[in-house]
Design a protein around this ligand. Structure first.
Ligand code: FCB
Length: 504
């Protein structure tokens, strides 16, 4: 199966296309022909590509409110290491990365950034970055080695120490209950396509909310349900590596059910906690002005963005796909949609790039193809830099879901800049990216979006899933041989922004 980064965020259409075409030509969705209408960015006088919120125009200065959260994000498997310590069980990512050939370079997260042992050092970095928020995730198999039964006290104690240290540093923890590391034992029972996983997840949510609820006031139940179900159960490029379209659809429904049950479990333990999910999003634009491409773009939006937001917020799956995906395929039972709908306190938005969509009658059940945009520069993950899409996505969410409270739970870019002879990491491209995307977010606030915080992906370079250690997203450079951390120029730039709230 394809594993390139370009494909990573075009996965749904690739997968649905593959489903319809009988496993044929998944790369065929990746043409980069420019749409006739879009202007190319003009080069800047200093030779850098001037990607402002509008190509060629630098973002306007903006003063963020004093209480705006400035944070950085991580996930347990990507940073913790200590994969077998203190009673932790095996996760699907341990199994996947230990299987030769599935992760680039055969890397794994056995040690990663060793943050399980170095969390105090990491918090010192957060302090230097002037962060007021830190997004982390809990490793389910650290708490329940096999995904069921009594909790492992040592796992809970680790998180208590970490959370206490964050509070001590006056940094608000934003905690994701599940960032992709399912206990392998539950995968052996069928994983997310198995409806029983809803019950196991709700029990786990109840355990962590009861044990840690005094220290956690802001929860993201899931990280990117569309990505982990799509890449894990259909495209096969993420754990558990399955390529089963029917299983993927069932997995999406179990995850939606589990989200509703976990919402209630967390609220039962901590009624005042704020609970949401971190959704993956991509702004969809039709490739041409034709009615066919506009409708195709809406179908793409429905599967990539609304598939998990509509059920929880509106109580039904997106109308645009009602003809293409049936309740039977999802395994919907009476009462399910009532269970799924939940009054989220905020929406977590993860945003990286937009998708240019056109109708493709020969391509899968949805007859759509999505591509990376052709106009902006590409990061080293081949994701297009196009900050206008971020603004437009935030406005669409604002409009479609009645002006919800939004927290940006991820946004960032992969560039491989490393320390020079003077130990300086001059990553100007990341500074340009941040200024432009944060400028797009500021414009969304001006336009009426209710955004209360921004958490950059990532605090530091880490294990980037199927890409191993080949993609560096950090504000801090990590030398994976020595575990030495070096704050990059972008980290210093971000520290200034976090201290003043002033984007200039
Ligand atoms: C997101 C994931 C996060 C990280 C970034 C680059 O899809 O949530 O863990 O891999 O992409």
């Amino acid at each position: 199966m394809p594993t390139d980064g370009l494909n990573r965020r075009n996965f749904l259409i690739t997968s649905l296309g593959v489903a319809g075409a009988g496993l044929a030509a998944p790369h065929a969705s990746l043409h980069l022909d420019p749409p006739a209408s879009a202007p190319a960015p003009a080069p800047a006088p200093d030779g850098r590509v001037p990607y402002g919120t509008t190509p060629g125009v630098p973002p306007e200065p903006y003063q963020f409110p004093k209480d705006f959260f400035w944070g950085a994000s991580t996930a347990a498997y990507q940073v913790e290491g200590a994969w077998q310590e203190d009673g932790k069980g095996e996760s699907i990512w341990d199994r996947f990365s230990h299987t030769t050939g599935l992760v680039k370079g055969s890397f794994n997260g056995d040690v990663a950034c060793d943050s399980y042992h170095r969390y105090k050092e990491d918090i010192e970095i957060m302090k230097k970055l002037n962060l007021t928020s830190f997004r982390l995730s809990l490793s389910w198999p650290r708490i329940q080695a096999d995904g069921t039964g009594a909790p492992n006290q040592k796992g809970l104690d680790h998180y208590k120490r970490l959370l206490d240290a964050l509070h001590e540093a006056k940094i608000r923890p934003l905690v994701t209950a599940y960032h992709w590391d399912l206990p392998q034992a539950l995968q052996d029972k069928g994983g997310w396509p198995n409806r029983d996983t809803e019950k196991y997840f709700a029990e786990y949510a109840s355990i962590v909310a009861n044990a840690l609820g005094d220290r956690i006031h802001t929860w993201a139940i899931f990280n990117e349900p569309a990505i982990f179900t799509g890449l894990g159960y259909f495209l096969g490029v993420h754990a558990p590596g399955l390529t089963d379209f029917a299983a993927f659809l069932r997995a999406t429904h179990t995850v939606n059910l589990a989200q509703g049950s976990a919402f209630r479990a967390i609220k039962a333990a901590s009624p005042k906690a704020e609970v949401g999910t971190a959704f993956s999003t991509t702004y969809c634009q039709p490739k041409t002005n034709s009615e066919a491409d506009k409708a195709a773009s809406e179908r793409y939006h429905a599967i990539a963005n609304a598939w998990f937001m509509d059920p929880v917020l509106k109580g039904h799956y997106p109308d645009a796909l009602a003809a293409a995906i049936t309740p039977e395929q999802l395994g919907i039972q009476p009462g399910d949609m009532e269970k799924i709908k939940s009054p989220f306190d905020f929406l977590g938005i993860n945003y990286y790039n937009r998708t240019i969509v056109h109708e493709a009658n020969d391509w899968g059940p949805l007859h759509v193809k999505g591509e990376q945009g052709p106009d902006g520069p590409k990061t080293e993950f081949f994701w297009e830099v196009w900050p206008d899409g971020f603004h437009d996505m935030l406005m669409r969410v604002t409009h479609d879901y009645n002006k919800p409270v939004i927290e940006v739970t991820e946004n960032g870019c992969s560039y491989g800049d490393a320390p020079d002879a003077h130990d300086r990491v001059a990553d100007q491209r990341r500074i340009d990216y941040c200024r432009a995307y944060i400028g797009g977010m500021a414009r969304a606030i001006r336009d009426g979006a209710n955004i209360r915080g921004y958490n950059h992906w990532s605090l530091m370079d880490n294990f980037e899933w199927a890409e191993g250690y080949t993609q560096r997203f950090g504000l801090t450079f990590v030398d994976f041989q020595t575990q030495k951390r070096t704050i990059k120029d972008s980290g210093k730039w971000y520290a200034e922004l976090a201290a003043t709230g002033k984007l200039s």
